[in-house]
Ligand binder design. Structure first.
Ligand code: GLN
Length: 534
C-alpha cells in the first residue's frame, strides 16, 4: 500500500507575539477536521527550556498537562478545546529538547567526525520531531512560537522551509499571522508593520499562502487590497480578524472567508463542505445574554495574567453557557485574606468559590480560610488540586485540629494531613517526583462525584507531588468530609466532598484540562448548576 502523504500547515507570526497565533492554528484545525479530515497539531517553542514544567505561570501562563503527562505550553489547551482531541508528549517541543538530543548524539559518536551545526543538524532534528508527530494523519498543523525574525526562532523557520523542500511545496501551506495597529490620532489602521513582517518571512525563504491579520478595530476591505499588493498574498487568502466577542468565533470567521477552501486547494485536498453545526451551537451559547448571572470568586495567587488559569477560566465559562447563566468571575488575591473578617468581606457576596491549583506556601493561609468559610457558610466550593489539599486542611481545622497543614506549606506543622507518600520522602524538590498525567479514579456510589460523572471509574490528569495522608483517613467522617474518589487500589485520595453541604467538591487532579466548549466537564457543570439553585 502506498503511504498517504501527510499535508502540512505551518503557522508563524509576525509584528508581535500574543496576537492569537495559537487560536488561529486551533481554528484551522477545527475547520479542517470539520471537513472530515484527520488532523494533528503541534507546537514548537524556540525557548531553550526542555519543557514548560518550570516556566513561571505568571509570565508564561498556565502549564497545560497532556493525558500522558507532558507539561506543555497553554496553546495545547486551545488546540484540545477547539479540536476536541487529546494531545500527547509529542505535541509540543522546545529547543532544549532538540538540542539535548543533538548534543547527546554528538557524544555518542553518531555524527562520525563531522562538525555539528545548526544547519543541517539541529534543523534536521526539528524536522524529525515534526515528521514523527505528523505520521498517519491527513493534515498536520505546526505552530512556531515567537515572532519571525527572533534570533532564537531562526532554526525553526529554516527547519520548516527545508521540510517543505523535502516533502514537496505542494504538500505544505504557510499561514502567517500578523497584527495591524490602530493609530488613534489619524483614526486609521496601519499595514506597514504587517508588510515588513511578510518581507521578513520571505527573506528567510518562505512565501506565505495565507495571511491572517489581527486588529483591535474592524478594518475595511481596502486594507485587504493594500495587504495583497504589498505582500503578494492573494486577496481571497487574506483574512481580517478584528477582536471577536469570543475567540470561539474564529473558526466560523475563517470558514466564512473560505480559508478552508484556500488551504484545501493549496494542499490538493478533496473538496468537501465543513460541518460546523456543533461549533455554531457553541458560539450561539457563548454569545447569548442570559437572564440569570452567577458570581464566582477565584481565590488565587497570580492575578495580573488571566492566562495563568486559562483552562479553569474556560471550563467555568463553558459550564455557565451550558447552564444558560452569565458568569462574573471575581479574582481574589489569596495573600490579602489574612483574617476571618477580610475573608468574609471578600467572599460573602459570592455565589460560589473556586480554589485552583498552585505551588508553594504564598497565599495558602488565605485559601485555607476561604475553604473554611465555604464549609461553615455552606457556599458552593470547587477545589482543584491544591484546592483539594486546602479543603482537607480546612475541614480538619474546623473540626479542631488547629495545627493541620500540608508538608509543602509547613513541614513542621502538628498534623500533616497532606504529605508525601513513602517513596517520595527526601525527594520533594527534585525533578521526576510529580504525579503527572492520567490516573484512574474510582467513585463511590451515592456520592456527589458519582452523581455528576455517572461513571464508576474516570480518568483525569494530575500534576502534583503531595497527597492526602492516609493516617488521617479514618477521621474524615468526623471532619464532615468523604473521600468519594480513590485510586483503584484505594491507596490515594482523588476526590473529597463535604457530607452536609449543598456543593463542596474537590479533586486531586485537574478536571479543567478535560473540559471542552461543546462538552462541559461534569464537575464544573455541577458546580455552576448548584449556583443557579439559590
Ligand atoms: N502544590 C501541590 C502539590 O504539589 C498542589 C499542586 C497543584 O495544585 N497542581 O501537591
Amino acid at each position: 500500500m502506498v503511504k498517504r502523504q501527510t499535508k502540512f500547515v505551518f503557522v508563524t507570526g509576525g509584528v508581535l507575539s500574543g496576537v492569537g497565533k495559537g487560536i488561529t492554528a486551533a481554528s484551522i484545525g477545527r475547520i479542517l477536521k470539520a471537513r472530515g479530515l484527520s488532523v494533528n497539531i503541534q507546537k514548537c517553542d524556540p525557548y531553550l527550556n526542555v519543557d514548560a514544567g518550570t516556566l513561571n505561570p505568571a509570565e508564561h501562563g498556565e502549564c497545560f498537562v497532556t493525558y500522558d503527562g507532558a507539561e506543555t505550553d497553554l496553546d495545547l489547551g486551545h488546540y484540545e478545546r477547539f479540536m476536541d482531541i487529546q494531545l500527547s508528549q509529542k505535541s509540543s517541543f522546545m529547543s532544549g529538547r532538540v538540542l539535548q538530543r543533538v548534543i547527546a548524539d554528538e557524544r555518542a559518536g553518531k555524527y562520525l567526525g563531522k562538525t555539528v551545526q545548526f544547519i543541517p543538524h539541529v534543523t534536521s532534528a526539528i524536522q524529525e520531531e515534526i515528521k514523527a508527530t505528523a505520521d498517519g494523519y491527513d493534515v498536520h498543523i505546526v505552530e512556531i512560537g515567537g515572532t519571525v525574525g527572533d534570533y532564537e526562532g531562526l532554526s525553526f523557520i529554516e527547519a520548516i522551509r527545508e521540510l517543505s523542500m523535502s516533502v514537496g511545496r505542494e504538500n505544505c501551506a504557510f499561514v502567517h499571522v500578523v497584527y495591524l495597529p490602530y493609530l488613534g490620532a489619524s483614526k486609521e489602521i496601519k499595514t506597514k508593520p504587517a508588510q515588513n513582517a511578510v518581507r521578513e518571512l520571505r527573506g528567510l525563504g518562505i512565501v506565505p499562502d495565507v495571511l491572517v491579520a489581527r486588529s483591535e478595530m474592524s478594518a475595511n476591505g481596502d486594507i485587504v487590497d493594500k495587504l495583497s499588493l504589498f505582500s503578494g498574498v492573494e486577496k481571497n487568502a487574506i483574512v481580517l480578524l478584528p477582536n471577536a466577542k469570543t475567540i470561539y468565533e474564529v473558526p466560523l470567521t475563517l470558514e466564512a472567508k473560505g480559508i478552508d477552501d484556500v488551504l484545501a486547494n493549496r494542499l490538493g485536498l478533496k473538496q468537501a463542505k465543513s460541518d460546523l453545526k456543533e461549533w455554531q451551537k457553541v458560539v450561539k451559547l457563548a454569545t447569548k445574554q442570559n437572564k440569570q448571572k452567577v458570581r464566582v470568586g477565584i481565590v488565587a495567587k497570580y492575578l495580573n495574567n488571566q492566562d495563568t488559569y486559562i483552562s479553569v477560566f474556560e471550563a467555568l465559562q463553558t459550564a455557565s453557557w451550558h447552564n444558560h447563566v452569565d458568569i462574573e468571575l471575581v479574582w481574589i488575591d489569596a495573600e490579602k485574606l489574612t483574617s476571618e473578617k477580610k475573608v468574609s468581606n471578600a467572599l460573602s457576596k459570592l455565589d460560589g468559590i473556586v480554589v485552583p491549583g498552585g505551588f508553594g506556601p504564598r497565599g495558602t493561609e488565605g485559601k485555607i480560610l476561604s475553604a473554611q468559610y465555604a464549609l461553615e457558610h455552606k457556599i458552593p466550593y470547587l477545589g482543584l488540586c491544591l484546592g483539594l489539599q486546602v479543603a482537607v486542611i480546612a475541614a480538619a481545622r474546623n473540626f479542631g485540629l488547629k495545627g493541620a497543614n500540608s508538608k509543602e506549606l509547613n513541614p513542621k506543622a502538628g498534623d500533616l494531613v497532606i504529605s508525601t507518600m513513602d517513596g517520595q520522602v527526601g525527594k520533594e524538590n527534585t525533578g521526576g517526583t510529580m504525579r503527572l498525567g492520567n490516573y484512574d479514579c474510582a467513585l463511590s456510589k451515592g456520592s456527589l462525584a458519582h452523581s455528576l460523572y455517572r461513571e464508576d471509574v474516570v480518568q483525569e490528569r494530575h500534576r502534583h507531588r503531595y497527597e492526602c495522608n492516609n493516617d488521617y483517613r479514618d477521621q474524615y467522617e468526623a471532619w464532615g468530609i468523604l473521600a468519594s474518589g480513590l485510586s483503584p487500589d484505594k491507596h490515594l485520595v482523588e476526590m473529597i466532598e463535604a457530607i452536609d453541604h449543598p456543593f463542596f467538591l474537590a479533586s486531586q487532579f485537574h478536571p479543567e484540562y478535560n473540559s471542552r466548549p461543546n462538552r462541559p466537564h461534569p464537575m464544573f457543570a455541577g458546580f455552576i448548576q448548584s449556583l443557579t439553585r439559590a
